[in-house]
Design a protein around this ligand. Sequence first.
Ligand code: SAH
Ligand code: SF4
Length: 404
Amino acid sequence: MQITPDGGVPIVSPRAVIPEEGLKNILGLDRTELRDAIAAIGVAEKQVKMRTSQVWHWVYHRGVSSFDDMLNVSKEVRAKLAEHFIIRRPEVVEAQYSEDGTRKYLIRFHDGNEAEAVYIPEEDRGTLCVSSQIGCTLNCKFCHTGTMKLVRNLTAGEIVAQLMIARDDLGEWENPTHGRRVTNIVMMGMGEPLYNFDNVKKGLEIIMDEEGIQLSRRRITLSTSGVVPHMERAGKEIGVNLAVSLHAVNDAVRTDIMPINKKYNLHEVLNACANYPGAHNARRITFEYAMLKGVNDSDKDARDLVKLIRRYKLAAKVNLIPFNPWPGSNYECSEWDQIQRFSDIVYEGGISAPIRRPRGRDIMAACGQLKSASEKKSKADILREAAAVTAATTDGHHTSTGLT
Ligand code: SAH
Ligand code: SF4
């Protein structure tokens, strides 16, 4: 991967596709699968447990991609491992750097499909926004990903690989426990994570494993558009923080902008939030609310939002997201003053309602701007689109940039 920060100008770094050589890629196996795989290639039975721990440590704690680097594994076993397995990340076909430090990776998987991941550095943390699907089955009207069809779910390995790729790029493996740059993960990239439950769960379990990457569940947030039947299960089985895309305070508006509301309406979604394990105390739910001019941003909407959250007795916080435009989008971002007023009204109602600063807009890396997969664009297209967005975003307050 060849990446040079260059004032937000996209850098294309094509790389030769290496054939799979018939070897099994161990990236994305969970511990049990890794143990079984190691046992199956004839490693002595009494060594299997130890070798599994060692390989796991090298792959997920140290980030190596060659068995030769696994220094505490005997030469003989290393040779056996290399005969059967590979440790291979998907290809980074393009890495773009925003003026504000945000980095967007376009990742091509073995079958040629592509998804994006975004790294957002802040003063006290670094957040990686991870995709769960290529495309999305839902068609929220304000979301660029929603204009794509679902191509397929990502595997657990492909979900973990997004983090490994960001850590490679940020030079983070040299010092795995101190000075981390990716301190937080948000499942807020392309796709609806709860429609890919098993792979998301397995991927996050690998990421949280205490002998591997060791990211705490408190630093991981899963965002859902409100897939009610899987919300409680997510709390119980994955145990990460929950963010819910609300975006409207009544069913008429929500159904108009988020068709999933026809299936699971506001009442059902808020009820599921109230039942989310830990929602009333330790694990506060975050509501995401994209500010769409003239659609959901009135003073009355703000007051209704407070009432709604109170009615369900939720210890929730609201993240106000200035709408991020994309080519062909039919919405405008609310006026800055109105976003501020909205935030103040919700605050006065006793609910925290920070305005999310847009990040990475110049490279189309902000919330709801991700799109790719089978529709790979040329560098010229990307530059044209970025220019169109800059021209469309005339309000000086939030022309800057950004994601989640
Ligand atoms: N599918 C999941 C997670 C991915 S989207 C979900 O919908 O929750 C991450 C967040 O960005 C969601 O809250 C989504 O509604 C919001 N979003 C989508 N398009 C946006 C846009 N153009 N501007 C601002 N936020 C947007
Ligand atoms: Fe899919 Fe989320 Fe975009 Fe809706 S907002 S289309 S659920 S990715």
